[in-house]
Design a protein around this ligand. Structure first.
Ligand SMILES: Nc1nc2c(ncn2[C@@H]2O[C@H](COP(=O)(O)OP(=O)(O)OP(=O)(O)O)[C@@H](O)[C@H]2O)c(=O)[nH]1
Length: 671
């Protein structure tokens, strides 16, 4: 049944059968698959039904000159309405059926996006607007996914900058606008959510002009995805601003750039590609420039609407999907250029996409059972294909209690948490994540500087006193945008986070922009949430992606169970806070470690000294009771049994392993 449903959900399946299957099979789907498989299959079926109503005129598309194509990204601060506006545009141009609901976008297809109500992946949808083919890219707003925005901007003719008219310009608005400027991408600005009673679109337009994001405040569009007001003016403005001059790109040798990809269990790598020059057809033999030299046959090509709409060809200016029987995820990396196999020796790669941002946070992952390392590794590689900013490296050495693992690099805590959830949702991989750590460095007294890839490599107490000159920590530039009345509260939190203020400016609409240099560890430790809380949700934080290193007074906190350090639980903290944080970690862990038959001692250790201790008493087994009733035992026999139990417990205490679940590990993270 599952196979049958997968076939139905695949592109090319007839619409009538799909709709009938969707209605008939809902209960079978539920019966045969687990919750997340079931949701995915039903969604794929529903999308296929919806995508078949798309009125893409393939003959017109085949003849479409490149100057009649436009690619643009929607960029904004988190929750300013990007996905909702994209949804309305898809409805307006017939890609999907109309709905009255705002907030659940057809472009947010991942379980994690729907559950959390945020976009984590940039998604492309192409639509026919008059005589133009417009490729829209909906990008995430959260800072942890800023690499998706930069990658999308690298492949766009322009960007639509949205600003929530009731919130005004926020920290991430400044960040994405700066990224667009750096990439040389022109902007069209729009004030969104103008239906809200607190909206002040004119104020937003003036502010956008003051910041030189638009030349004239009158050029700013006013839109509401909820009421639909102003949405019909968006595409004409986009086409007008971003249309490209006529050129001969269609006639040049074919070159396509890989923008994204995901692994499909039946079809292998499904790559999102942008046809930059020439055209590509199903059946063509292709090769990757600078790749492994292998040739592949194009099996399936089409547009993303956002569902797969198979066209059999892609011409210059189109963004679409490609299936070419690639089984190894390393064969089609984001940014790679592919061309016709016969032309590979005479072509240069397309301009590179912005490189993936350096990870700012590392964690190790281990399979729950050491033997499943290969399966875990494959799942991580396949998911990393869909998230180019994650770095994956095999741990240099196997950990004593956890076995072989992978060291993963992330851009922030949310990024890491989303990756963990996607591993489970999309690949069924339950893995153990260690406490995340920022990459510290050690400056030794002999002048050498080494990077601490993992907390395991942290110098011990003796080395610290004799050989280490400084521990260096990453520091980043941050900007906090807040209404003026909350500046005091924000500054207090910034001081607690050891942020050094470097400047403060006022905006036209009565807000302040505070610039600081802050330890990256404080930023990933929830500084953004604390600032938002202190300002009743008004303050927003944007972070510069490139850290520099400065000397810091930090120490490693080890957590021990029955005298054994648990590598997964070690973390670094400011020396002044290490004792407190160690105590909190022990307290939290005490609540998560199940009682065992033997005594369990939890300790926190800083620089070799124990700073906190908790004891979990053993479960008491009544060895004098057999089969539920108390046997009549002689005094000597009782004594013997109790002594035997005592010896057993002592042995268990030394060899007994306390099984720790991921919830216990997560409880300690951020203690
Ligand atoms: N009143 C009103 N609410 C809107 C409008 N557009 C979006 N919203 C609401 O604003 C919230 C965020 O909307 P999204 O479209 O998910 O915002 P986003 O910018 O795509 O969010 P991220 O991708 O996570 O950054 C949702 O609760 C929407 O229902 C609008 O025009 N009017």
């Amino acid at each position: 049944m599952r196979q049958f449903l997968r076939r139905l959900a695949a592109p090319g399946a007839p619409r009538r059968r799909l709709q009938a299957a969707l209605q008939r099979n809902a209960s079978h789907v539920s019966a045969q698959c687990d919750r997340s498989q079931c949701r995915r299959i039903k969604r794929a079926l529903a999308q296929r039904c919806a995508s078949s109503i798309t009125a893409l005129d393939e003959q017109r598309l085949a003849a479409l000159p490149v100057e009649k194509t436009v690619t643009f990204s929607i960029v904004a601060h988190v929750d300013h309405g990007k996905s909702s506006l994209a949804q309305r545009l898809l409805e307006m141009y017939g890609n999907i059926a109309s709905t009255d609901a705002v907030g659940q976008s057809a472009l947010d297809t991942l379980d994690v996006e729907r559950e959390r109500g945020i976009t984590v992946k940039a998604v492309t949808a192409s639509m026919l607007v008059g005589e133009y083919l417009v490729n829209l890219v909906d990008t995430p707003g959260h800072a942890d996914f800023a690499h998706e925005v930069r990658r999308s901007l690298g492949a766009c003719d322009g960007a639509l900058l949205l600003v929530d008219a009731s919130q005004g310009i926020e920290a991430q608005t400044l960040k994405v606008a700066a990224a667009a400027r750096a990439a040389g991408v022109p902007l069209v600005c729009a004030a969104s959510k103008i239906d809200l009673p607190t909206a002040d679109a004119v104020e937003v337009a003036l502010e956008l002009a003051a910041l030189e994001f638009t030349k004239d405040p009158e050029d700013v569009l006013y839109v509401s995805a909820k009421s639909g007001d102003g949405v019909d003016g968006v595409m004409p403005a986009i086409i007008d601003a971003f249309k490209q001059p006529a050129d001969d790109r269609r006639a040049r040798p074919t070159r396509c750039r890989v923008l994204d990809g995901r692994y499909d269990i039946t079809r292998g790598v499904v790559a999102v590609i942008q046809c930059v020059d020439g055209s590509l057809r199903e059946g063509d033999r292709i090769a990757f420039l600078g790749g492994d030299g292998k040739e592949h046959t194009v099996q399936e090509l089409g547009l993303l609407t956002p569902a797969h709409h198979r066209t059999g060809f892609l011409n210059a200016g189109c963004v679409g999907y490609l299936v070419a029987g690639l089984r190894d995820v390393r064969q089609a990396r984001v940014g790679d250029t592919l061309c016709l196999a016969t032309e590979r020796d005479r072509l240069e790669p397309v301009d590179p996409l912005p490189p993936a941002t350096q990870p700012g946070l590392f964690a190790s992952v281990f399979p729950p059972d050491g033997g499943l390392f290969d399966e875990m590794s494959r799942a991580v590689d396949r998911l990393a294909l869909n998230d180019a900013s994650v770095t994956v490296r095999r741990e240099a050495k196997a950990r004593p209690t956890l076995g072989a693992g992978l060291r993963l690099g992330f851009l922030g805590l949310l990024h890491m948490d989303v990756f963990r959830q996607r591993l489970r949702d999309e690949f069924g991989a339950e893995v153990l994540f260690t406490s995340p750590t920022v990459p510290y460095k050690v400056r030794w007294k002999d002048g050498n500087v080494t990077t601490l890839e993992a907390l395991d490599d942290w110098p011990d107490a003796a080395q610290l006193s004799r050989e280490v000159s400084d521990i260096l920590e990453p520091v980043v530039d941050i900007e906090v945008v807040t209404p003026r009345e909350h500046v005091g509260a924000c500054l207090e939190h910034l001081e607690t986070a050891r942020a050094q203020q470097t400047g403060i400016e006022s905006t036209l609409d009565g807000r302040s922009i505070i610039a600081c240099a802050a330890p990256w560890a404080s930023v990933v430790d929830g500084l953004g949430e604390r600032l938002a809380h202190a300002s009743r949700g008004h303050a927003t934080l944007a972070v510069d992606e490139l850290p520099r290193y400065e000397a810091a007074d930090v120490a490693k906190v080890d957590v021990l169970l029955n005298g054994e350090p648990v590598e997964a639980l070690a973390f670094a903290a400011r020396s002044a806070d290490a004792r407190d944080r160690g105590r909190r970690a022990v307290e939290k862990l005490r609540r998560h470690v199940p009682r065992q038959l033997f005594e369990c001692i939890i300790q926190a250790r800083v620089n070799g000294a124990v700073v906190a201790r908790a004891r979990i008493a053993p479960l008491r087994k009544d060895v004098l009771t057999t089969g539920g009733s108390k046997a009549v035992l002689g005094k000597d026999r009782k004594k013997k049994l109790l002594e035997k139990q005592k010896r057993g417990k002592a042995r268990q205490k030394t060899i007994g392993k306390v099984a720790l679940g991921q919830d216990a590990l997560w409880a300690v993270v951020g203690s």
